[in-house]
Design a protein around this ligand. Structure first.
Ligand SMILES: C[S@@+](CC[C@H](N)C(=O)[O-])C[C@H]1O[C@@H](n2cnc3c(N)ncnc32)[C@H](O)[C@@H]1O
Length: 328
């Protein structure tokens, strides 16, 4: 939402080598505070509660309700061409966009794939309303029955029951303790009762794709494993998470002053919203830890030039594709 996706670069872009950037940064004494270990006593803001980080995002959306931050992420269709496909066996693929903001990721997907059905969630009601407004304003009629929104905090309460895939949920419950919070409460024995009849009418039966685009970095590190587990649970077997987020030593990370650090590679802006900067191993451990298979994972390294200031900026993003194992 800030300046993260302005450059239309694909993940295999390698304007520079990430390892070279790393050694340059780590040998620069003036940047030492970014890679030193972190002790929680160095910042009081690391004690922020779950309510307050979600609250900070809500306030962010209230302040930016003009939709000024909206910029279609068309490049995602090049990075994730599977979003364009529909097969005879699955003529209406289902996509869940987590942390959809104003809908920058959703709109180009709805436009490009006339068969896809999109479920979009965010922790802010206000931004969901804005997303609906923007999507409606751009709507060709066909969007109407292919776009649904719901409000949720993925990092604490998780997704609503009606998104989950029945077959896979049953298997999941047999193998391990379930992480959908409302299933946990009744130990998986009375799942039907835990949904209202209205929710069951809407039951989606699992999604084929999840897009996590600059959303995981907004969640505090300790709540990321829960968020990824939630994604695993609502994906159909064989379904995929399509991931893009801030990479370690991205220019925006190096701009943070040391008093903005709230954890190792974790920062808080003055408005209370957070940003984490991922190395490949952190992303890998989060997804493999939740049971995913890694299909693609790499840094996308792009040099962009600010013509006004004549400055060259090195942007680093992480591109990833992870699959839930198909049922044997
Ligand atoms: C940087 S924006 C990315 C928006 C969008 N994915 C895009 O491509 O433009 C991060 C979004 O995640 C949402 N968010 C932050 N924490 C969340 C949480 N715990 N649960 C759900 N959404 C969250 C924010 O409200 C914000 O809209």
């Amino acid at each position: 939402m800030n300046s993260e996706g302005e450059v239309e670069a694909e993940y295999f872009s390698k304007d520079f080598e990430w390892e070279e950037l790393r050694s340059e940064i780590e040998s620069n004494p003036s940047l030492r505070h970014h890679f030193q270990s972190f002790s929680s006593s160095s910042s009081s803001s690391s004690l922020q509660s779950p309510q307050s980080d979600v609250q900070a995002w809500k306030q962010f959306h209230t302040r930016h309700s003009t939709g000024k931050f909206f910029k279609e992420r068309r490049y995602l269709l090049k990075e994730f061409p599977e979003l364009l496909s529909s097969s005879p066996s699955n003529s209406n693929p289902k996509l869940l966009e987590v942390g959809c903001g104003n809908g920058s990721t959703i709109l180009p997907i709805l436009r490009a794939n006339k068969d896809i059905v999109v479920y979009a969630c965010d922790c802010s009601d206000e931004t969901l309303e804005k997303a609906k407004e923007i999507i409606t304003a751009n709507a060709v009629d066909s969007f109407k029955h292919r776009f649904y929104t719901f409000c949720c905090d993925v990092s604490t309460n998780g997704f609503p029951n009606w998104l989950a895939c029945n077959t896979c949920r049953d298997q999941f419950l047999q193998k391990q303790s379930c992480c959908l919070s409302d299933f946990k409460e009744d130990n998986g024995l009375h799942l039907r009762e835990s949904c209202s009849s209205d929710e069951f009418d809407r039951c989606v039966g699992g999604v084929d794709f999840i897009t996590l685009i600059f959303t995981l970095s907004a969640v505090p590190l300790e709540r990321m494993p829960k968020s990824i587990k939630e994604c695993f649970t609502v994906l159909k077997p064989g379904g995929m998470v399509l991931f893009r987020d801030y990479g370690l030593y991205d220019m925006t990370m190096l701009r943070f002053e040391s008093d903005k650090r709230v954890g190792f590679r974790e920062y808080m802006r003055s408005d209370g919203t957070r940003s984490y900067f991922f190395c490949l191993n952190t992303v890998r451990n989060l997804f493999l830890g939740a049971g995913f298979i890694e299909l693609e994972l790499d840094y996308c390294c792009v040099k962009s030039v600010n013509r006004k200031k004549g400055k060259s900026m090195r942007r680093v993003w992480v591109h990833g594709k992870f699959q839930k194992p198909a049922l044997q």
